[in-house]
Design a protein around this ligand. Structure first.
Ligand code: NAD
Length: 490
């Protein structure tokens, strides 16, 4: 694997992608884009502003009717074109993504491969949509004919976070385009480089002008004007609860539809009949993947008291051999956190843990960190009180909090005792028991004897404060469609 941080990315991007052209941004500020491993600036992008949003929304509005009129079969070909081109550029994209995001190459590969799978899946859904148009509805009233149609919502604003740039944008863009919507996509200002490739691909595959517009900028310059824009029919947002609530408020002023994919504090339940080594592997995968910067990280461990000591010992053993280092180097398990801001936010929780006197199994005392880079040591606390902020709040870093439970009922009760409900994992030697427990958990994705298994065909989204709506599967397509009935005499 290459050991270089060099990319073919231009060092200053002060243009926005609107109507299939790179046009100078109306914004005057530039934002630094960092390599979090080297703590070096690798590029600058425009902060963009409301005039950019206006131009992009106008282009999308103009393009949308013809894109809708093309039909699902024709739109599917473009989605396949996106998938094929991403695949053809795989090596350079994952190097760019790992460099900008700090995730190890293997994880950058997963981000890209899952995005590719999503574009392919929604190509299939676009084709299926044509066949569903005008379906007869069975009605009791005699002499009446009713048919169902699925119209695109229209112009959609898609706002993405930095932790999985390619996949979080694919989960929005692919179904939106499949449905016949025209989009304004705003990547995170922290990781704008991987998604920029999508604009290049739009030109390469000849996507009609205005169907995809991509705006660089931050929340103030682009995010807020996009969510407030009177001519945007829907906002789909993935990110923090704080911003998600602002997005919902902005959309409510014009009764625009919103989908929100927000934070999580997901539990992992290890029952007394679990295979100890396998359980330890899944617990590790659930929290230290992407340095814990995953909305669905299983960051609350509920372990049966009879197997707790063995599990903590097995976890400590595994944590001691994790390799922290260069995301581009082979064998790296954990890269740095993606930004200095995120590293500092997680550090605040480590400071709180110290003040609260939490019991440490592993922390920075147990390993040395690379000299440079926004690294934090993988950390594990046990016997964490349920009142602790570390137990209740999303940390979004490599920090696992554990508690022992005396029974299955207690495990379920504690698992559900959270403001969030994005995901949960159940590990048991008896798969039927694991499934039964899973059915009692309040979360959108329940994994049993597995971890972070997310497939394009299955829905993604949260109960409670983890969000509103679902992405992926047919539900993800419905989020970009309006249902319409045409009814009259038969
Ligand atoms: P964030 O809320 O800070 O930013 C997300 C996006 O919103 C960025 O593009 C940002 O520029 C933009 N934004 C900021 N202020 C805005 C405003 N006022 N109006 C509109 N847009 C604005 O989140 P983040 O730090 O990028 O991502 C981490 C968070 O995302 C975590 O809470 C994580 O759980 C969540 N997340 C959720 C999912 C999911 O599927 N549920 C997936 C990934 C990340």
């Amino acid at each position: 694997m290459p050991m270089t941080s060099q990319t073919d990315y231009p060092s200053v991007v002060d243009h926005q992608f609107i109507n299939n052209q790179w046009v100078p941004s109306a914004g005057t500020r530039l934002l630094d884009v960092m390599n979090p491993f080297r703590e070096e600036r690798i590029a600058q992008v425009t902060a963009g502003d409301a005039a950019d949003v206006d131009a992009a929304v106008k282009a999308a509005r103009q393009a949308q009717p013809a894109w809708q009129a093309l039909g699902g079969n024709a739109r599917a070909k473009y989605l396949e074109g996106v998938a094929d081109t991403l695949e053809a550029r795989r090596d350079s994209i994952i190097t760019l993504s790992a460099t900008n995001n700090g995730k190890p190459l293997a994880e950058a590969g997963i981000d890209l491969d899952d995005a590719i799978a999503c574009y392919r899946y929604y190509a299939g859904q676009a084709r299926g949509l044509d066949a569903r148009q005008g379906e007869l509805v069975s009605v009791e009233m005699e002499g009446v004919e009713a048919r169902t149609y699925h119209d695109p919502v229209g112009v959609v604003g898609l706002i993405a976070p930095w932790n999985f740039p390619l996949v979080t944008s694919a989960w929005k863009l692919a179904p939106a385009l499949a449905a016949g919507c025209a989009a304004v996509l705003k990547p995170s200002e922290v990781t704008p480089l991987p998604e920029r490739v999508l604009a290049e691909i739009a030109l390469e595959i000849g996507l009609p002008a205005g169907v995809l517009n991509l705006l660089n900028g931050d929340g103030e310059g682009i995010g807020a004007p996009l969510t407030h824009h009177a001519d945007v029919d829907k906002i789909s947002f993935t990110g923090s609860n704080r911003v998600g609530e602002a997005v919902m408020q902005a959309a409510s002023a014009r009764t625009a539809s919103v989908s929100l994919e927000l934070g999580g504090k997901s539990p992992i339940l290890v029952m007394e009949d679990a295979d100890p080594a396998q359980a330890a592997d899944w617990v590790m995968a659930g929290i230290y993947f992407n340095a814990g910067q995953i909305c669905s990280a299983t960051s609350r461990l509920l372990v049966h008291e009879s197997v707790a000591e063995g599990l903590y010992a097995a976890l400590a053993e595994r944590m001691d051999v994790l390799t922290l280092g260069d995301p581009l180097a082979e064998g790296t398990d954990l890269g740095p956190l993606t930004s200095a801001k995120q590293r500092d936010a997680v550090q605040c929780y480590l400071d709180i843990a110290e003040q609260e006197g939490l019991t440490v199994v592993r922390d920075e005392q147990h390993r040395s960190l690379p000299e440079k880079g926004y690294f934090l040591a993988p950390t594990l606390y046990r016997d964490v009180p349920v009142e602790s902020r570390l137990w209740k709040e999303e940390i979004f870093g490599p920090v696992l909090c554990g508690r022992s439970v005396a029974s299955e009922a207690e495990a379920i009760k504690l698992a559900n005792d959270s403001a969030y409900g994005l995901a949960a994992t159940v590990i048991s030697g008896d798969p039927e028991r694991a499934k039964r427990i899973g059915r009692q958990l309040k979360a959108g994705s329940i994994w049993y004897n597995s971890e972070q298994l997310v497939l394009p065909e299955t829905a993604w989204g949260g109960f409670k404060r983890s969000g509103v709506g679902r992405e992926l599967g047919p539900w993800g397509l419905s989020a970009y469609l309006e249902v319409k009935h045409v009814i009259g005499p038969a």
